[in-house]
Design a protein around this ligand. Sequence first.
Ligand SMILES: [Zn+2]
Length: 323
Amino acid sequence: MNPKGPISLGFDIGGTNIRGVGLRPDLSFGGVISQPCEDDHEKIIESLIDIAAQIQESERLEIGCVGIGVAGFIDRSGVVRTSPNLSTFKNFPLLEKVSCELDVPVLIENDATSATWAEVQLGVARESENAIMVCLGTGIGAGLYFNSELLRGASGFAGEVGHMTIVPDGLPCPCGRSGCWERYASGSALGDIAEKLRSDGRIGHLNGDEFEAGRPVSSERVAQLVLKNDGEAMKVLEHFSDWLAMGLVNLVNILDPQSVVLGGGITQLGEHLLDPVRKSFGRLTPEHSLRSQDLIVLAEFGNKAGAIGAALLAKQNLLAQKR
Ligand SMILES: [Zn+2]
């Protein structure tokens, strides 16, 4: 039985999918509705309206407010200045458009920041006053939470950790520079690492048909094989974990958080991912014994975190004002 009161809708607009969720007054939430995301702002708005209607129908509650997490640079007026995977969002007034269409107050936030808010308020890091969430997707985004507040930076663009240089003169990055961390440790990088190790002769067949067919190995394929304990896929994951840990060490040395939360689709690998990452991190940090052995943890809400966090931010910031 649903308690009375409006729901807060949360959306996560990513390069591949748009996810929506309804957050109820008691902070429970319904199932996530997902639709493919096309790089077209009109179609994105149509999807938001459609998902909102579906959630309202299933919850049978008034919509009180809407929160939207988007990958990219969001300014304080809710304009998406740029988005790495959605070229349609170039100085796009997303807040204004959605509030006109749905006729409710709207809040726009960076997707990694939204996901972080879900995990520190309701999820795995709810006991932490200082936490970093690192979201491994097409790129790497992060949310920074210190002294029980989100750290947004002077322009609201803090947490762009995916573009810290890990390899001078390394792989080219869409940001225009080279050797950025996300080229080595994002969800998408897992397949790239498999390709590189194979072409260097450092792994054999990956127990799949991709090589014979001449197609590139996808991260999803490597992940499937890891779940089957495929020996070659495990080697790929070990290399990936080393790259991931290298960036995490930099962040932990600078920020000294209580928790480092890993999020994004690749965390569906669970302990298969967590164990090698913790081992790599421990090898790179001799002083690691001084820190909590549970420093690195997996997100509780998986790929729902961005939508849940956006709904929660909207509820806390907009519904309180409305009343
Ligand atoms: Zn970059």
